[in-house]
Write a protein that binds this ligand. Structure first.
Ligand code: FES
Length: 231
């Protein structure tokens, strides 16, 4: 889509931080795992655009957050750049999908979960931080503590993760696995890193260690096949 204008049509609190719904033209709505760079033209103090991962997707807009700037209010106009990057593409044949948020907000996984459930896939989310916020999640979703993720490995036929590079570095220890062991089914990970240059792959801030060198999350991700990366 490229550049467009959006408007905040609602804000709310999630885990004590701001989340918002943003109305925008349909081609500007990101797919699950993609991102949009947003800036408030009235905020001259903001040096960099804010990266938004969708947490709910509609035809004429999307939700994002928690963690949005407190100055964003209903009616605020945003300059948007996107959708950008590569989103989730779990196998259509998957029937038992596990989702896990290794750190940060699990809301970034919500559109991928909603898509999987709408295809008739059973879904379970392993995460902390869900207390009191389950009203925004599909009723068919099961939830479990992150520590029980190893138990899902005999059940699932696909896995989607969200993690910072530090969180991803802890996955092997969470699973109790040594170096080199690989998952027996497709797995993808949304790597949450700063994305300041909007997919130009020029600043290097989003570099992620891969099995062969580095990949840029802004251009090659932010969703990667897990086995592309060093973990
Ligand atoms: S955000 Fe600048 S290279 Fe990726």
């Amino acid at each position: 889509m490229g550049r467009s204008m959006g408007k905040i049509t609602g804000v709310w609190e999630e885990n004590g931080e701001l989340a918002a719904r943003i109305q925008c033209p349909a081609p500007g709505v990101p797919a699950p795992g993609q991102y949009v760079l947003a800036s408030d033209p009235a905020d001259r103090a903001a040096a960099l655009p804010y990266r938004l991962f969708p947490t709910a997707i509609e035809r004429d807009g999307f939700s994002a957050g928690p963690g949005l700037p407190r100055a964003w209010l209903p009616g605020s106009v945003l300059a948007l750049n996107g959708p950008l990057g590569r989103g989730f593409a779990l196998p259509e044949a998957a029937r038992r999908a596990a989702f896990a948020c290794l750190d940060g907000s699990p809301a970034r996984l919500r559109p991928a979960i909603t898509t999987a459930i709408s295809r008739g896939c059973a879904a379970i989310l392993f995460s902390g931080g869900l207390e009191g916020a389950l009203d925004r999640w599909p009723n068919a979703l099961e939830v479990a503590p992150l520590e029980s993720l190893p138990e899902a490995l005999g059940w699932a036929d696909a896995l989607a993760l969200a993690a910072s590079p530090g969180g991803l570095a802890g996955l092997r220890s969470l699973l109790g696995w040594g170096a080199g062991k690989r998952l027996p089914f497709p797995a993808q990970v949304l790597v949450d890193v700063p994305l300041p240059c909007g997919g130009m792959a020029e600043c290097g801030a989003c570099a992620v260690r891969a099995r062969r060198g580095y990949r840029y999350a802004c251009r090659d991700g932010p969703v990667f096949d897990l086995d592309e990366l060093e973990w």
